[in-house]
Design a binder for this molecule. Structure first.
Ligand code: PHE
Ligand code: ZN
Length: 890
């Protein structure tokens, strides 16, 4: 809600209405308002007296006037729900005042020592920001603005300080005491306490501070760096989890070696600690020398984690490790620059995983994520550029746009200059900005200078939101193909006018005769441009955006036969899977809009079935790639395709029709290929767990089951129950249970019960048990979820559990979009109940409802009404208020 549309203030004076935000309207922070902080904080000393319900913190800051900032006698220290017990300046009681949550001290000179004492209650901290308790241990989360919940401090990323920390607590409760950097001293205290002192030599912003105290054990293995330094690497967990930490530790070692080899980056401390905690808002956190991880991204063994879980652990371990350079050594000037560290680090972890597991499949997975999570964001009310211009609550900007599109934007630069020049640009960036808080502009400039490329126009990718649409026309002239490419960037909230952006596209012109054309890179700079390409043979077929060089939507009308050709023959595996997706999207959107004649429908189905049949029969494919070719586009992506560019008057997405069309196609495939799918399933079941082909086999096994289930539920129930019973690993077990969960069969209940009994003491696996039921295709999902929310194992206090049930439900297109709005109501109720407990997590549910404008009018009205109900409840957190109000405005 805009202030201007508010009712006037109580005294009826309309002028006062825009004087200041009401308490419900947190202020807007703008990028253009950035000013350096008036004071430097060269060193910080923290003293913690640890206890679960009352921890005393003494913070001692050495402060100096910042010559680069406007002089101010006032030192503003941010706080959040803190009360100061004492404030001293240079050893004497000082004059100070509170301004809202912040503490302000007036300082007469150029250099002072400021000491502040606060006491906090970690056990009451349900937001999981600042210092909090998890399973009896104490840990911290400070990014973005959590440090100010521990002590008063200039809590902004451009204030770098070296930290010396002392902590003391009961030895029994907290036998292990960890912090950033190196441990420099430890000893016994009085009354069963002990203490440790830590020192981090690298200056860092407060968001990278971390402390952990608890009863933990480590899996350790030293890593020797390229220059021969030995780094002690530890993965700290609760004793019962120790056996599941090898994969994380090995992944860390692989990441360290890869960053040396590929980016020339070496680790810079003698110690690298990772701690797993079960209560965590996000995936993990890159605190200097002391990463704190969600257990979900540390613990893995074949009995409790799927192959996908193993990959996720490897990817997140790598991501946090890579932050040591892209994030910690070079950090962000302000939070608008978040993509500087996140986009770059996601690209780095993607490239790492490509090298570990194979480029094609990883690229297909990453593009699938981008389309399922980022494209909808870019097309909705919450759309923002990868470098936003304003926010009310920065936690709301840890988005797929900043992370995943941020990575794509940097990947485009890399594609345009090639690996070697990109590396030169990165080297220059690290050289220039090591030890600094930098901006996205600094990064682009370093690539520009180091890789020798003009990125003037390319910078628009940082400023403009919205997924560009690229149109394509072709004409043959002799042995030349004239390709005319056009681009437009859709209107997004606050950005009515867009400029064209350089779009690098890898293209090849094949011939239907079978001759494959050479690949070349073109860069579409203008609104429209024509490129002349040579033809490899008769009936040219253009393969475009190969490897997904640009995060755009290609709009073209390719003949079905051409897509079938590309799906079977393209030499770029990504383009091959893409052709199949395009074929399926065209067919399914047509079917869902009721635009297909019976003949068209049949022909479309036949083409897709034919393509699936070829993928099943193609012996040159391995199962990992075959699996990718057998996955239909997600319903979320189909919504996007159906709702088009979002222009007024365009078609709206109809979730019910999309679901029906997609299930219908699955059934047709399952029926037509019943024999082949059964054979595939049987073949895959015969591959042993640790066979080199085992992973691929497990992947296609469950995909085959899913297709059989759509066609012949009784047969699928039997196969799935047998797969479940024979399983010697979580991938097979979860896959079988997923299929069973969607079916009306007694096997569903029995296997769910067996699974629960087997894993009742393993929280991460019980999360899966909740998720499988919340995500299922079963007609009674809503009733199941209501009942599960009452289950003794369910709690709103643990984010993993909340996500496992409610986030999964919000991502279940069929159940969430139930036509009577019951799914929307449930999600709105979750937001309202969760907001006072954990606002960050509550706000993450809003985008699901925020998509209402692109959905057909009946459901749209119901979704909007739920958003209005949330807003009317009042007293919302900054997080939820911002997301809901933007969703109603946009
Ligand atoms: N910076 C973390 C990462 O990307 C994510 C994170 C953000 C974690 C905010 C906690 C809080 O690795
Ligand atoms: Zn990150």
């Amino acid at each position: 809600m805009d202030i201007a549309t508010n009712p006037t203030t109580p005294d009826g004076n309309p002028e006062l209405a825009d004087a200041a935000p009401t308490p419900h309207e947190p202020p807007v922070i703008r990028r253009e308002d950035y000013r350096p902080f008036a004071w430097l904080v060269p060193s910080t000393r923290l003293d913690f007296r640890l206890a679960l319900d009352a921890t005393r913190v003494t913070a001692t800051l050495t402060v100096e006037r910042n010559p680069a900032a406007d002089a101010s006698p006032e030192l503003r220290l941010n706080g959040d729900s803190l009360t100061a017990q004492s404030v001293m300046v240079d050893g004497a009681p000082a004059e100070w005042r509170m301004e809202g949550p912040d503490l302000v001290v007036t300082l007469p000179g150029d250099r002072h020592v400021v000491e502040v004492v606060t006491t906090i209650d970690p056990s009451a901290n349900t937001q999981l920001m600042g210092l909090y308790a998890s399973n009896g241990m104490l840990c911290t989360q400070c990014e973005s603005e959590g440090f100010r919940r521990i002590t008063f401090f200039p809590d902004r990323p451009d204030v770098l300080s070296t930290y010396a920390v002392r902590m003391e607590g009961e030895r029994d409760a907290f036998p292990i005491l960890l912090c950033n950097g190196n441990r420099v001293a430890e000893g016994e205290g009085e009354n069963g306490t002990h203490w440790a002192e830590w020192h981090d030599p690298w200056p860092k912003p407060s968001y990278l501070f971390a402390l952990v105290a608890g009863d933990l054990v480590a899996n350790s293995k030293p890593f020797t760096t390229a220059t021969g330094r030995v780094v002690e690497c530890n993965v700290w967990v609760r004793k019962e989890d120790l056996a599941r930490t090898d994969h994380a530790l090995e992944s860390l070692h692989r990441s360290m070696a890869w960053d040396e080899e590929v980016f020339g980056r070496e680790y810079d401390l003698d110690l690298y600690n990772i701690v797993a905690v079960s209560d965590f808002n996000m995936g993990a956190m890159e605190n200097k020398g002391l990463n704190v991880f969600n257990t979900k991204y540390v613990l893995a063994d074949p009995d409790t984690a799927t192959d996908a879980d193993f990959d996720a652990v490897e990817g997140v371990i790598a991501h946090e490790y890579f932050h040591n350079w892209s994030g910690n050594r070079v950090t962000c000037r302000d939070w608008f620059q978040l993509a500087l560290k996140e986009g770059f680090t996601v690209l780095r972890d993607q490239l790492f995983s490509q090298d570990m597991r194979g480029e094609a499949v990883k690229r297909i997975e990453d593009v699938r994520i981008l389309r399922a999570a980022q494209f909808p964001e870019d097309a909705g009310p919450l759309a923002h550029p990868i470098r936003p211009d304003s926010y009310r609550e920065i936690s709301n900007f840890y988005t797929a746009t900043v992370y995943n599109k941020g990575a794509e934007v940097i990947r485009m630069m890399r594609s345009m200059v090639g690996e070697a020049r990109f590396r030169a640009g990165c080297d220059l960036y690290f050289d220039r900005h090591d030890g600094e808080a930098a901006t996205c502009e600094d990064f682009v400039k370093a690539i520009e200078d180091g890789a020798e490329i003009d990125l003037t126009r390319f910078r628009r990718w940082y400023a403009q939101a919205g997924t560009p649409r690229v149109t394509m026309r072709q004409a043959v002239e002799g042995d030349t193909l004239r390709l005319t490419l056009g681009q437009s960037v859709p209107v997004t909230p606050g950005q009515p006018d867009k400029l064209p952006m350089p779009i690098p596209l890898k293209i090849a012109v094949h011939s239907r005769s079978g001759a494959l054309g050479a690949e070349r890179l073109v860069v579409l700079e203008d609104e429209e441009q024509t490129f002349d390409l040579s033809i490899a043979g008769p009936d040219p077929v253009v393969s475009v955006n190969r490897g997904f060089t640009a995060p755009v939507v290609i709009e073209r009308d390719l003949q079905r036969e051409d897509l079938v050709f590309l799906a079977a023959h393209d030499d770029d595996p990504f383009a091959r899977s893409e052709a199949l997706q395009e074929l399926a999207v065209g067919h399914l959107v047509g079917a869902a809009s009721g635009a297909l004649s019976a003949d068209d429908r049949q022909a479309g189905e036949a083409a897709i079935i034919g393509a699936f049949r070829s993928s099943l029969a193609d012996n040159a494919l391995d199962d990992a790639m075959r699996g990718e070719l057998l996955v239909l586009p997600s319903e979320t992506y189909l919504f996007e395709a159906m709702a088009g560019s979002g222009a007024a008057g365009e078609r709206k997405a109809d979730p019910g029709a999309i679901h029906a069309a997609r299930e219908g196609l699955k059934a047709a495939i399952g029926t037509a290929l019943a024999r082949e799918l059964a054979a595939l399933h049987a073949r895959a079941c015969a591959v042993a767990l640790d066979h080199p082909e085992g992973r691929g086999a497990r992947k296609v096994k469950t995909i085959a089951l899913g297709l059989v289930a759509a066609a012949d539920p009784a047969k699928a129930a039997q196969l799935a129950a047998a797969q479940y019973d024979a399983a010697d690993n979580m991938t097979d077990r979860q896959g079988a249970l997923m299929v069973l969960c969607g079916l009306d069969t007694p096997h569903r209940e029995t296997r769910l019960a067996v699974f629960y009994e087997r894993y009742r003491d393993n929280a991460l696996v019980i999360d899966k048990w909740f998720t499988l039921q919340a995500l299922s295709l079963h007609p009674d999902v809503i009733a199941h979820v209501r009942k599960l929310a009452e289950h003794p194992d369910f709690t709103l206090k643990n984010p993993n559990r909340v996500r496992s049930l409610h986030m999964a439900f919000a991502g279940n297109p069929k159940a969430f979009h139930k036509a009577d709005g019951e799914g929307y109501r449930m999600v709105a109720d979750v937001i309202l109940a969760l907001d006072p407990i954990n606002p960050q997590t509550a706000a993450r549910f809003v985008p699901a409802l925020g998509r209402w404008r692109r959905i057909e009018p009946g459901r749209a009205a119901l979704m909007k009404a739920e958003l209005e109900r949330i807003l009317a409840a009042g007293n919302l957190s900054r997080d939820t208020f911002e997301q809901v109000s933007r969703s109603l405005e946009g």
